[in-house]
Design a protein around this ligand. Structure first.
Ligand code: BT5
Length: 245
Protein backbone atom coordinates (compact mmCIF):
# COMPACT_ATOMS: atom_id res chain seq x y z
CA UNK A 1 0.00 0.00 0.00
CA UNK A 2 1.38 3.42 -0.95
CA UNK A 3 0.50 6.22 1.43
CA UNK A 4 0.33 9.91 0.55
CA UNK A 5 0.62 11.93 3.74
CA UNK A 6 -0.87 15.42 4.08
CA UNK A 7 0.22 17.32 7.19
CA UNK A 8 -1.91 20.06 8.70
CA UNK A 9 -1.58 22.12 11.81
CA UNK A 10 -4.98 22.76 13.34
CA UNK A 11 -8.21 21.29 11.96
CA UNK A 12 -11.79 20.60 13.06
CA UNK A 13 -11.57 16.85 12.45
CA UNK A 14 -9.14 14.98 10.19
CA UNK A 15 -12.06 12.67 9.28
CA UNK A 16 -13.90 15.64 7.72
CA UNK A 17 -10.89 16.61 5.61
CA UNK A 18 -10.35 13.03 4.42
CA UNK A 19 -14.06 12.81 3.56
CA UNK A 20 -13.86 16.06 1.53
CA UNK A 21 -10.87 14.67 -0.38
CA UNK A 22 -12.78 11.44 -1.00
CA UNK A 23 -15.80 13.33 -2.28
CA UNK A 24 -13.50 15.33 -4.58
CA UNK A 25 -12.42 12.01 -6.13
CA UNK A 26 -8.99 11.47 -4.59
CA UNK A 27 -7.67 7.89 -4.62
CA UNK A 28 -7.23 5.66 -1.60
CA UNK A 29 -4.04 5.91 0.43
CA UNK A 30 -4.33 9.57 1.40
CA UNK A 31 -3.49 10.14 5.07
CA UNK A 32 -4.46 13.42 6.74
CA UNK A 33 -2.46 14.15 9.90
CA UNK A 34 -3.09 17.14 12.17
CA UNK A 35 -1.24 18.48 15.18
CA UNK A 36 -4.48 19.46 16.92
CA UNK A 37 -8.19 18.90 16.35
CA UNK A 38 -10.71 21.41 17.61
CA UNK A 39 -13.75 19.18 16.99
CA UNK A 40 -12.35 15.65 17.20
CA UNK A 41 -15.15 13.08 17.06
CA UNK A 42 -15.83 9.70 18.55
CA UNK A 43 -18.68 7.32 17.71
CA UNK A 44 -22.38 7.99 18.22
CA UNK A 45 -21.95 11.77 18.45
CA UNK A 46 -19.32 11.66 21.19
CA UNK A 47 -16.31 13.98 21.29
CA UNK A 48 -12.62 13.12 21.11
CA UNK A 49 -10.13 15.30 23.04
CA UNK A 50 -7.21 16.02 20.71
CA UNK A 51 -4.56 18.21 22.33
CA UNK A 52 -1.18 18.94 20.76
CA UNK A 53 1.29 16.05 21.11
CA UNK A 54 -1.19 13.35 20.08
CA UNK A 55 -1.20 11.42 16.82
CA UNK A 56 -4.46 12.37 15.10
CA UNK A 57 -4.95 11.10 11.57
CA UNK A 58 -7.41 9.75 9.02
CA UNK A 59 -6.79 7.31 6.20
CA UNK A 60 -8.85 7.30 3.01
CA UNK A 61 -9.65 3.82 1.70
CA UNK A 62 -11.80 2.75 -1.20
CA UNK A 63 -12.47 -0.82 -0.09
CA UNK A 64 -13.88 -3.32 -2.54
CA UNK A 65 -14.97 -5.69 0.16
CA UNK A 66 -17.98 -7.84 0.88
CA UNK A 67 -20.23 -6.20 3.52
CA UNK A 68 -19.09 -8.64 6.25
CA UNK A 69 -15.46 -7.74 5.59
CA UNK A 70 -16.16 -4.02 5.38
CA UNK A 71 -17.76 -4.16 8.80
CA UNK A 72 -14.53 -5.65 10.18
CA UNK A 73 -12.62 -2.43 9.37
CA UNK A 74 -12.93 -0.72 12.80
CA UNK A 75 -11.70 -3.86 14.58
CA UNK A 76 -8.95 -4.41 12.04
CA UNK A 77 -7.78 -0.78 12.38
CA UNK A 78 -7.58 -1.02 16.17
CA UNK A 79 -5.76 -4.35 15.78
CA UNK A 80 -3.18 -2.56 13.59
CA UNK A 81 -2.61 0.03 16.35
CA UNK A 82 -2.29 -2.65 19.05
CA UNK A 83 0.26 -4.53 16.95
CA UNK A 84 2.28 -1.32 16.42
CA UNK A 85 2.27 -0.43 20.15
CA UNK A 86 3.40 -3.95 21.03
CA UNK A 87 6.12 -4.05 18.40
CA UNK A 88 7.55 -0.54 18.89
CA UNK A 89 7.33 -0.17 22.66
CA UNK A 90 6.65 -3.66 24.01
CA UNK A 91 3.41 -2.39 25.60
CA UNK A 92 0.77 -5.01 26.53
CA UNK A 93 -1.81 -3.37 24.24
CA UNK A 94 -5.27 -4.94 24.31
CA UNK A 95 -8.50 -4.30 22.46
CA UNK A 96 -11.91 -3.39 23.75
CA UNK A 97 -14.78 -4.03 21.40
CA UNK A 98 -15.38 -2.45 19.02
CA UNK A 99 -12.70 0.15 18.49
CA UNK A 100 -10.61 0.98 21.55
CA UNK A 101 -6.99 0.18 22.24
CA UNK A 102 -6.24 -0.12 25.94
CA UNK A 103 -3.13 -0.59 28.00
CA UNK A 104 -3.68 -1.94 31.52
CA UNK A 105 -7.38 -1.18 31.21
CA UNK A 106 -6.98 2.46 30.15
CA UNK A 107 -7.80 3.85 26.72
CA UNK A 108 -4.77 5.03 24.78
CA UNK A 109 -6.34 5.08 21.30
CA UNK A 110 -9.75 5.29 19.65
CA UNK A 111 -10.78 4.49 16.08
CA UNK A 112 -13.67 5.99 14.13
CA UNK A 113 -14.54 4.52 10.73
CA UNK A 114 -17.02 6.45 8.57
CA UNK A 115 -18.11 5.09 5.19
CA UNK A 116 -20.20 6.39 2.28
CA UNK A 117 -22.26 3.91 0.32
CA UNK A 118 -23.90 3.53 -3.04
CA UNK A 119 -26.42 0.80 -2.31
CA UNK A 120 -24.48 -1.86 -0.41
CA UNK A 121 -21.17 -0.95 -2.02
CA UNK A 122 -18.79 1.36 -0.16
CA UNK A 123 -17.69 4.37 -2.20
CA UNK A 124 -15.07 5.11 0.41
CA UNK A 125 -14.19 4.58 4.06
CA UNK A 126 -12.38 7.05 6.27
CA UNK A 127 -10.44 5.34 9.07
CA UNK A 128 -9.79 7.90 11.80
CA UNK A 129 -7.21 6.99 14.42
CA UNK A 130 -6.33 8.97 17.54
CA UNK A 131 -3.42 7.94 19.77
CA UNK A 132 -2.75 9.74 23.04
CA UNK A 133 1.00 10.09 22.69
CA UNK A 134 3.18 12.98 23.86
CA UNK A 135 1.11 14.69 26.51
CA UNK A 136 0.26 14.04 30.12
CA UNK A 137 -3.15 13.22 31.55
CA UNK A 138 -3.53 16.85 32.68
CA UNK A 139 -4.05 17.81 29.01
CA UNK A 140 -7.31 15.79 28.99
CA UNK A 141 -10.64 16.90 30.50
CA UNK A 142 -10.86 15.83 34.17
CA UNK A 143 -13.67 13.31 33.64
CA UNK A 144 -11.54 11.31 31.17
CA UNK A 145 -8.42 10.99 33.29
CA UNK A 146 -9.59 7.93 35.25
CA UNK A 147 -10.10 5.81 32.12
CA UNK A 148 -7.53 7.23 29.70
CA UNK A 149 -3.78 7.00 29.43
CA UNK A 150 -1.07 8.34 27.13
CA UNK A 151 2.18 6.93 25.81
CA UNK A 152 4.10 9.52 27.83
CA UNK A 153 2.37 8.28 31.01
CA UNK A 154 3.01 4.64 30.12
CA UNK A 155 6.60 4.88 28.93
CA UNK A 156 7.88 7.81 30.97
CA UNK A 157 9.13 9.54 27.82
CA UNK A 158 7.91 10.97 24.53
CA UNK A 159 7.84 8.95 21.34
CA UNK A 160 8.76 9.72 17.74
CA UNK A 161 5.36 10.46 16.16
CA UNK A 162 6.71 9.80 12.64
CA UNK A 163 7.93 6.37 13.62
CA UNK A 164 4.60 5.61 15.30
CA UNK A 165 2.59 6.81 12.27
CA UNK A 166 4.73 4.70 9.94
CA UNK A 167 4.40 1.62 12.12
CA UNK A 168 0.60 1.94 12.33
CA UNK A 169 0.31 2.55 8.57
CA UNK A 170 2.47 -0.45 7.85
CA UNK A 171 0.33 -2.71 10.09
CA UNK A 172 -2.87 -1.20 8.68
CA UNK A 173 -1.65 -1.83 5.13
CA UNK A 174 -0.86 -5.45 5.98
CA UNK A 175 -4.27 -5.95 7.64
CA UNK A 176 -6.10 -4.29 4.73
CA UNK A 177 -4.32 -6.55 2.28
CA UNK A 178 -5.20 -9.59 4.40
CA UNK A 179 -8.87 -8.51 4.41
CA UNK A 180 -8.83 -8.17 0.63
CA UNK A 181 -7.26 -11.63 0.34
CA UNK A 182 -10.12 -13.17 2.30
CA UNK A 183 -8.18 -13.60 5.55
CA UNK A 184 -10.57 -11.48 7.61
CA UNK A 185 -11.45 -14.39 9.93
CA UNK A 186 -7.80 -14.77 10.95
CA UNK A 187 -7.70 -11.07 11.85
CA UNK A 188 -10.87 -11.44 13.92
CA UNK A 189 -9.37 -14.40 15.82
CA UNK A 190 -6.25 -12.31 16.56
CA UNK A 191 -8.46 -9.41 17.73
CA UNK A 192 -10.50 -11.80 19.92
CA UNK A 193 -7.32 -12.94 21.67
CA UNK A 194 -6.55 -9.30 22.50
CA UNK A 195 -10.10 -8.78 23.81
CA UNK A 196 -9.78 -11.39 26.55
CA UNK A 197 -12.95 -13.42 25.87
CA UNK A 198 -14.87 -14.98 27.50
CA UNK A 199 -15.57 -12.36 30.12
CA UNK A 200 -18.51 -10.67 31.85
CA UNK A 201 -19.65 -7.54 30.03
CA UNK A 202 -22.52 -5.06 29.84
CA UNK A 203 -23.59 -3.54 26.54
CA UNK A 204 -25.77 -0.46 26.06
CA UNK A 205 -27.95 -0.65 22.96
CA UNK A 206 -31.14 1.18 21.98
CA UNK A 207 -31.58 2.71 25.44
CA UNK A 208 -31.27 -0.68 27.24
CA UNK A 209 -28.39 -2.36 29.03
CA UNK A 210 -27.68 -6.06 28.44
CA UNK A 211 -25.38 -7.89 30.85
CA UNK A 212 -23.92 -11.29 30.16
CA UNK A 213 -20.80 -13.12 29.07
CA UNK A 214 -18.99 -11.84 25.99
CA UNK A 215 -18.08 -14.94 24.00
CA UNK A 216 -16.36 -13.59 20.90
CA UNK A 217 -16.93 -11.91 17.55
CA UNK A 218 -19.32 -12.81 14.75
CA UNK A 219 -17.99 -12.78 11.18
CA UNK A 220 -19.19 -9.19 10.66
CA UNK A 221 -17.39 -8.02 13.81
CA UNK A 222 -20.53 -7.95 15.99
CA UNK A 223 -20.08 -8.80 19.65
CA UNK A 224 -21.63 -12.11 20.77
CA UNK A 225 -23.07 -11.88 24.26
CA UNK A 226 -24.58 -14.82 26.16
CA UNK A 227 -27.49 -13.45 28.18
CA UNK A 228 -28.62 -14.87 31.54
CA UNK A 229 -31.43 -16.85 29.85
CA UNK A 230 -28.80 -18.67 27.75
CA UNK A 231 -29.62 -16.92 24.46
CA UNK A 232 -26.69 -15.52 22.47
CA UNK A 233 -27.29 -12.08 21.02
CA UNK A 234 -25.13 -10.25 18.46
CA UNK A 235 -24.54 -6.51 18.93
CA UNK A 236 -23.45 -4.39 15.99
CA UNK A 237 -20.76 -1.78 16.57
CA UNK A 238 -22.88 0.75 14.70
CA UNK A 239 -25.43 0.89 17.53
CA UNK A 240 -23.97 -0.65 20.69
CA UNK A 241 -21.36 0.41 23.16
CA UNK A 242 -19.74 -1.27 26.16
CA UNK A 243 -21.09 -0.03 29.46
CA UNK A 244 -18.52 0.66 32.12
CA UNK A 245 -19.31 -0.33 35.69
C1 BT5 B 1 -13.55 6.72 19.69
O1 BT5 B 1 -14.89 6.94 19.88
O2 BT5 B 1 -12.83 6.19 20.49
C2 BT5 B 1 -13.04 7.18 18.35
C3 BT5 B 1 -12.00 8.26 18.45
C4 BT5 B 1 -11.42 8.56 17.10
C5 BT5 B 1 -10.50 9.74 17.13
C6 BT5 B 1 -9.83 9.97 15.81
S1 BT5 B 1 -8.62 11.21 15.90
C7 BT5 B 1 -8.51 11.31 14.19
C8 BT5 B 1 -9.93 11.18 13.66
N1 BT5 B 1 -10.60 12.46 13.62
C9 BT5 B 1 -11.66 12.51 14.42
O3 BT5 B 1 -12.42 13.49 14.56
N2 BT5 B 1 -11.78 11.34 15.08
C10 BT5 B 1 -10.76 10.39 14.67
P1 BT5 B 1 -15.74 6.39 21.10
O4 BT5 B 1 -15.57 4.93 21.24
O5 BT5 B 1 -17.10 6.94 20.85
O6 BT5 B 1 -15.09 7.06 22.36
C11 BT5 B 1 -15.30 8.41 22.67
C12 BT5 B 1 -15.22 8.54 24.18
O7 BT5 B 1 -13.85 8.36 24.59
C13 BT5 B 1 -15.62 9.93 24.67
O8 BT5 B 1 -16.99 9.99 24.94
C14 BT5 B 1 -14.79 10.05 25.96
O9 BT5 B 1 -15.41 9.38 27.03
C15 BT5 B 1 -13.53 9.26 25.63
N3 BT5 B 1 -12.43 10.13 25.15
C16 BT5 B 1 -12.50 11.31 24.49
N4 BT5 B 1 -11.28 11.76 24.17
C17 BT5 B 1 -10.40 10.84 24.66
C18 BT5 B 1 -8.99 10.72 24.63
N5 BT5 B 1 -8.20 11.61 24.02
N6 BT5 B 1 -8.45 9.62 25.24
C19 BT5 B 1 -9.21 8.67 25.83
N7 BT5 B 1 -10.54 8.73 25.88
C20 BT5 B 1 -11.15 9.79 25.29
Amino acid sequence: MRWHIIRLSEVGSTNDIARELAEAGHPEGIVVVARRQMRGRGRLGRGWASPEGGLWFSVLLRPRLAPADLSKLPIVASLAVARALRRLYGLPAELEWPNDVLVRGRKVCGVLVESAFSGREALFSVVGIGVNANFGLEALPGELRGRATTLRELLGHDVDLEELLNAILSELGACYLALKEGKGSELLREAERLMGFPRPLSVACGGRVFSGTALGLAEDGSLLLRLPDGAVRAFSWAEATIKKP
